[in-house]
Design a binder for this molecule. Sequence first.
Ligand code: FEO
Length: 394
Amino acid sequence: MAVKEIKHNIYSVGAIDWDRRLFDALIPLPDGTSYNSYLIKGSEKTALIDTVDPTMGDVLINHLNQLGVESVDYVVAHHAEQDHSGALPQVLGKYPRAKVIATSRCKEMLVDLLLIPEERVVTVNDRETLSLGDRILEFIHTPWVHWPETMVTHLREEKILFPCDFFGSHLATTDLYVTDEGQVYEAAKRYYAEIMMPFRTNIEKNLKKIEGYAIDIIAPSHGPVYDRPEFILEAYHSWVFDEPRNIVVLPYISMHGSTGEMVGYFVEALTKRGVTVKQFDLTVTDIGKLAIALVDAATVVLGTPTVLAGPHPNVVYATFLANALRPKLKFVSIIGSYGWGGKAVEQLAAMIPNLKVELLDPVLSKGFPKEADFMALDRLAETIAQKHKEHSFL
Ligand code: FEO
């Protein structure tokens, strides 16, 4: 990313990672990502907002050199995770008088995780301010977005919110601002689903906490900057506060065709009853797409054959993720097949303690599904449609 000016003496100086395809050795990044860092020059002091992933520290340093930055007084560390604080040692080495500004919890983590010397870190309380001369930074503690130490910064004069991961999107682009809201909506929803949704109750509190601030621009530390902040604020509001929708998410595996036959029949049975279905073949599914679908769904139906006396390992993985992501689901059921026995239903049902759901009667077929199995699938589809109607989802 080239250096870009947001306002007079406020610059975007971070790095684009076009080729990164996995985060935390877990999360797919189909569109790469960026590690955004921002330089704010005040009349008396200069602050750097977040750094970048340690693999791209040289890009950040090069940008600061291009701007002729000879001294940095403060480096605001919103979050101790490597992708934002990993280049801190390099930045602190270049600017030996710079102090890191962080929450007390973040200070501990910077010392533990990145071996930052304690004396380089100044802690700030919730809503504490810092003057750069003609500009004031206010630090707002926003714990669990998505680690315990997180905070955001509000720049009063220009009404810019720097929220780090909050409102971010894994999207590599040379555009400073959002140019395609549809594309960014998808990337930001994926980000929310994978990173923020497990902490939805904390996100809810933190959304309310920033409501009172005047915000013209939101400059996150991943993805493009929002010059129409209501776009992402309204999206987050909907993902966090809205009731789930009339959607069944159906992740499944079929080994020899029996479960596949049931899935095909069941999707039609739901569709005929006015229920929207999102079907995911777990042999090829991007788990990010599955996570996105979980944000709004009212119901999940897991489709699994029986293998080694239990559910297929890919279905186990999807179930583990759904439980960890804590979506707003209301109902869960299981359909599938077995050859001679097994405990697929019991094992899957035991894997979802985080989901406050009603477990609807499963449908298991012995071998290829027969008339009675199809009738049972019709009954399950009818039950789901009725439940959705009772909750006004349908
Ligand atoms: Fe973008 Fe939680 O780091």
